[in-house]
Write a protein of this length. Structure first.
Length: 453
């Protein structure tokens, strides 16, 4: 059954659609830094999954056009005035999970990378993840039935955790449903946490900095760019603005924020091509050189999903994209990075956060056994539910003034049988669409048909 969902659209017509979406999403940045986009697009050409990771813009255009969920409010299965307006991750795929050290010093495995976070339909997160499972399953030569089983496993784990959160009291997510930590995680999630635990701040600093005249400075090379005096002044002025956005608990030791050095960098990852970025070396929590901290300041991007959601209350809530990213992450992630904040530089919103030595992404390369894949997918379903449940009327933000987990629980309860089926059908159909689009994209790129490159 699922294989018959392969797209039948003419490749030439689809190629024109892809180019139009790329022009809207990337045009300005591509024109400013075509070299960065050549790197980005070569990474995307490597596999259908890499292409999918880099094209949230295309995903949401297709979702809006094909799923009749245009405004994200009273349309689409399981969506109403509440479930169509919750905090969402915006780019939830199987590789956007990993470890972080929270503000209490505890290593957590959960969703990461909140650059695309916004307020919209909760099912859009689930559909994006489900299609990513189909792509990973296909790449690992799993059958359509095995992929179906994986998506159903994800749906069931999400459903179970959302119901548990909705049924419990305010402390349910902290006591009865603990996060994935060194004490509670298993399998590849525990492996990632142990890897993170073995890492050190000294090793990170050693890879980026050097000691000169008894003080730490950024080392030359390695992608860093020395700043002229005028740019350095602007970055430091923006840094002063960033300090005003930090919670009071992060400012207990003012000397922690003494700036030692600043360098420029260029974002060339799949999601950050062309975005100006800066690294700032700080004193850290003590005078010891081994406790210095590196933070980054980068221009925040317009989330792809926001182009397809028109609620003025949501758009008007955020000062700029840096503010949106930080507020969204603080809503979706319990005990977020204490260095997390925002500022403005040259009129553009900036995201500021620590380059953490303890960040380890989930590595799918050695997760090949179907039973192990299923166990991981189930854990990611629980993590997704916990993320959605964290961001509501108890998160300290007024944009979503209701219990998210209870609203989602009630919506799914109205049609339990259809919930997994919805995700399974979408996973197969959009997985096939993404594989076909990847080949079209490669042909466009290699034949010089992407304008500006």
């Amino acid at each position: 059954m699922p294989s018959q969902h392969a797209p039948a659209q003419d490749a030439e017509q689809r190629g024109e659609e892809i180019l139009a979406v790329f022009d809207t999403a990337f045009g300005e940045l591509l024109a400013a830094d075509p070299a960065a986009f050549r790197v980005k697009f070569r990474k995307m050409a490597a596999s259908a999954f890499a292409f999918y990771r880099g094209t949230a813009c295309l995903f949401y255009r297709d979702l809006e056009a094909g799923a009749a969920e245009g405004d994200g409010k009273d349309s689409g299965p399981y969506l109403d005035e509440r479930t169509g307006r919750v905090w969402i991750h915006g780019d939830l795929h199987a590789e956007n999970f990993g470890t972080y050290m929270d503000s209490t010093g505890r290593l957590i495995f959960n969703v990461n990378d909140f650059d695309e976070a916004y307020v919209g339909p909760f099912t859009w997160d689930l559909k994006r993840f489900a299609a990513s499972v189909a792509l990973i399953g296909y790449a690992k030569a799993l059958s359509d039935k095995q992929i179906t089983d994986l998506v159903r496993t994800y749906a069931a784990a999400y459903r179970e955790r959302i119901h548990a959160l909705a049924s419990g009291g305010p402390s349910a997510d902290r006591e009865e449903l603990p996060p994935f930590t060194l004490d509670t995680a298993e399998g590849p999630l525990l492996d990632a946490l142990r890897d993170a635990r073995a890492r050190t701040r000294f090793a990170l600093l050693d890879s980026m900095t050097e000691i000169r005249d008894f003080e730490r400075r950024f080392a030359p090379g390695g992608g860093s760019v020395e700043l002229d005096a005028a740019t350095r002044y602007k970055v430091l002025a923006a840094f002063d603005g960033y300090l005003e956005t930090l919670p009071e608990s992060s400012l207990d030791r003012p000397d922690s924020y003494r700036v030692k050095d600043v360098v420029g960098r260029r974002g060339i990852g799949i999601g950050s091509a062309g975005l100006p970025s800066y690294n700032i070396l700080l004193e850290g929590n003590s005078d010891a050189l081994e406790n210095d901290v590196v933070i980054y300041m980068k221009q925040a991007q317009t989330p792809a999903v926001s182009r397809h959601l028109t609620d003025p209350a949501v758009r008007g809530y955020f000062q700029h994209e840096g503010h949106r990213t930080v507020i969204s992450q603080r809503a979706l992630q319990d005990h977020a990075d204490p260095w997390l904040g925002w500022t403005e530089l040259d009129g553009a919103g900036q995201l500021v956060a620590e380059i953490s030595p303890y960040a380890v992404d989930l590595d799918w390369s050695d997760i090949d056994d179907p039973e192990e894949i299923a166990a991981v997918v189930a854990d990611l379903g629980r993590a997704t539910a916990t993320m959605h449940g964290a961001a509501d009327d108890e998160s300290g933000h007024s944009l979503v003034p209701f219990s998210t987990e209870r609203a989602i629980d009630a919506a799914i309860a109205a049609d339990e049988e259809g919930f997994a089926a919805l995700l399974v059908d979408f996973a197969h159909s959009y997985g096939a669409r993404a594989r076909a689009d990847h080949q079209i994209f490669v042909d466009l790129f290699r034949n010089g048909r992407i304008p500006g490159l």
